[in-house]
Design a protein around this ligand. Structure first.
Ligand SMILES: Cc1cc2nc3c(=O)[nH]c(=O)nc-3n(C[C@H](O)[C@H](O)[C@H](O)COP(=O)(O)OP(=O)(O)OC[C@H]3O[C@@H](n4cnc5c(N)ncnc54)[C@H](O)[C@@H]3O)c2cc1C
Length: 255
């Protein structure tokens, strides 16, 4: 099967970094323009045995970067991630030329707070938001009146691929707060941070930061159960009107 060059870039992996045995990132360079809005996803593909296997992946980089970055989790029985997992810098993959999705920051609806809730790789679009606003802030194009509050859940401390970068942004930026939280802390006595799933600590931090439906948009990304639980909690707190909650569900849970 010849893949149509009209629809796909042949993109080269320029960097791979492994965060854990099943979590890693790629940076890729495509052979043409790829214009996206922070929060969108790219469709990546690999051809094998005459078949093209494609899946969507949130973009972690900012549009101003000269490469596109992704944060992957290996699904051992999956069709695509085991193939991506074998790839290294220098290898090529396919990327659809058109990015997709509407999981972008809502800056125009009057609510100035953005509560971002994610599990593991679901942090990727939020990394893109923060990197983008950081640059705009440095260049005087963003005045910091919109505030981002990020809760990032994982089972274990080594699953936070972007913890160092996000913690540094938290220290430096008056408009960004970052709280990583671990749900299986018992093997990690040295974990100094929050304990519980992201949806477990949601009420506490919404109260602490004074985030309510009148001043906040909530964004949920990653694990389908986290999204269901968080949505139920937020709805009970009045996040009921259209646009109060945005979501990006990464997979459909097995029945
Ligand atoms: C908009 C969007 C953005 C996404 N962004 C990312 C991203 O940034 N990083 C990323 O790693 N994935 C992301 N995903 C998930 C990704 O598209 C694939 O579904 C995932 O990588 C598994 O692909 P696969 O072909 O290996 O497994 P498949 O053959 O598609 O799936 C095998 C089984 O595993 C389930 N499954 C899929 N993903 C997981 C998971 N993480 N944990 C447990 N079970 C799972 C599926 O529902 C299916 O039952 C995103 C999905 C969507 C819809």
């Amino acid at each position: 099967m010849a893949t149509s060059d009209e629809k796909f870039y042949h993109a080269r992996i320029t960097k791979r970094a492994d965060f854990a045995p099943d979590l890693w990132m790629f940076r890729i360079r495509s052979d043409g323009e790829f214009n996206f809005v922070p929060g969108q996803y790219a469709t990546l593909g690999v051809e094998e045995g005459g078949k093209r296997i494609e899946r969507p992946y949130s973009i972690a980089s900012a549009p101003s970067e000269d490469e596109v970055e992704f944060f992957f989790e290996l699904v051992p029985e999956g069709a695509l991630t085991p193939l991506l997992y074998k790839m290294q810098a220098g290898d090529q993959l396919l990327m659809r030329k058109v990015p997709k999705g509407r999981f972008s920051l809502e800056m125009q609806n009057g609510r100035k707070n953005h509560l971002l809730i994610s599990t593991v790789t679901g942090v990727a679009p939020f990394v893109s938001y923060v990197r983008t606003l950081y640059r705009e802030w440095k260049e005087g194009r963003f005045d910091g009146t919109h505030k981002l509050y990020l809760l990032n859940g994982a089972s274990r401390p080594w699953e936070f691929g972007y913890k160092d970068e996000l913690s540094q942004f938290d220290k430096e930026l008056p408009w960004f707060k970052y709280v990583p939280t671990v749900s299986r802390p018992w093997d990690h006595e040295d974990w100094p941070g929050e304990i519980g799933r992201a949806d477990d600590i949601l009420r506490k931090y919404a109260d602490h930061w004074e985030l309510d439906a009148s001043n906040t948009v909530a964004y949920l990304c990653g694990h389908p159960e986290m999204i269901e639980h968080s949505k139920a909690i937020l709805k009970r707190r009045g996040f009921t009107d259209k646009g109060a909650i945005k979501e990006e569900v990464y997979w459909v849970p097995a029945k």
